[in-house]
Design a protein around this ligand. Structure first.
Ligand SMILES: NC(=O)c1ccc[n+]([C@@H]2O[C@H](COP(=O)([O-])OP(=O)(O)OC[C@H]3O[C@@H](n4cnc5c(N)ncnc54)[C@H](O)[C@@H]3O)[C@@H](O)[C@H]2O)c1
Length: 251
């Protein structure tokens, strides 16, 4: 028996990194997983991995989380195909670093559109189905949403919004049979962090508070916690922001 037997989980950002690891973790624990990502090739590769691991293929939806209609289509696909929705893991996200003076209107709107609006549209679409199944949401925030960070002001703003979105959703649905929580990773060894580059002319001493003292996490270490929060073992957790950052935000 797996802790997600007979349960359906929609994982955004499932083509890569933490989302891929979450899809694999939940599938290994019995979930029927629906992966939603803009990267069709990456999704197809993870679907094959899920099938090899769990015997049941991951169904896939290609789309952009910043587009409300795509989020509703992904949720409708999950419910129409599998008959229910028990877990929404909002993992898709983007980041980059820049000097404040270099931020553009398009870049700012994209950062908010994917990280903030994308999280909200998927939640909005999923909530009626999750209330019906007594299910739950796990949003992926960041240590950047819990502390000020030089050179990633837009990203930190967006992840701070995910933190307070999670708490506010938890309050609005406090009397409904649904749990809404967030996991806040620190540095994770993923395509996102490997592709992360900093601008020239930095004052590195400003970055010291958010570098931390430990090596980056493996994506599976985040997936383990996301799956725990999404499982019945975490039945008392609601409105929690769970740091998984090797102590980065402790000091
Ligand atoms: N990697 C880190 O160090 C780190 C630290 C803290 C928080 N996070 C957060 O964890 C989450 C996952 O990050 P990751 O490291 O696995 O990154 P990743 O780049 O490996 O994976 C992100 C996935 O999201 C998808 N995606 C991006 N924009 C999308 C869009 N508009 N619509 C649909 N899919 C989209 C990408 O195609 C990709 O598959 C993100 O929300 C990120 O902000 C990551």
């Amino acid at each position: 028996m797996g802790r997600f037997d007979d349960r359906v989980a929609l994982v955004t950002g499932a083509a890569s990194g933490i989302g891929r690891a979450t899809a694999l973790r939940m599938a290994a624990d019995g979930a029927t997983v629906v992966g939603f990502d803009r990267d069709a090739d990456g999704l197809a590769a993870v679907a094959t991995e899920v099938a090899d691991l769990a015997g049941e293929p991951m169904t896939t939806v290609v789309g952009d989380v910043s587009v409300r209609a795509d989020c509703f289509a992904a949720v409708e696909h999950a419910v129409a195909t599998h008959g229910r929705l028990d877990v929404l893991a909002n993992v898709a996200g983007i980041t980059w670093a820049e000097h404040v003076a270099d931020a553009t209107e398009d870049g700012w709107n994209r950062m908010m559109g994917v990280n903030v609006s994308g999280t909200f549209w998927c939640v909005q679409a999923a909530i009626p189905h999750l209330v019906a199944s007594h299910g739950n949401v796990v949003n992926v925030a960041s240590n950047a949403g819990l502390m000020g960070q030089a050179y990633t002001v837009a990203y930190s703003t967006a992840k701070g919004a995910v933190v307070n979105m999670t708490r506010s959703l938890a309050m609005e649905f406090a009397k409904e049979p649904i749990r809404i929580n967030a996991v806040a990773p620190g540095g994770v060894d993923s395509p996102m962090s490997r592709g992360f580059s900093m601008p020239d002319d930095l004052d590195y001493s400003l970055m010291q508070p958010y570098i931390g003292f430990r090596a980056m996490a493996d994506p599976s270490e985040l997936a383990n916690v996301i799956a725990f929060v999404a499982s019945d073992e975490a039945s008392r957790m609601h409105g929690a922001i769970v740091t998984v950052d090797g102590g980065l935000t402790a000091g």
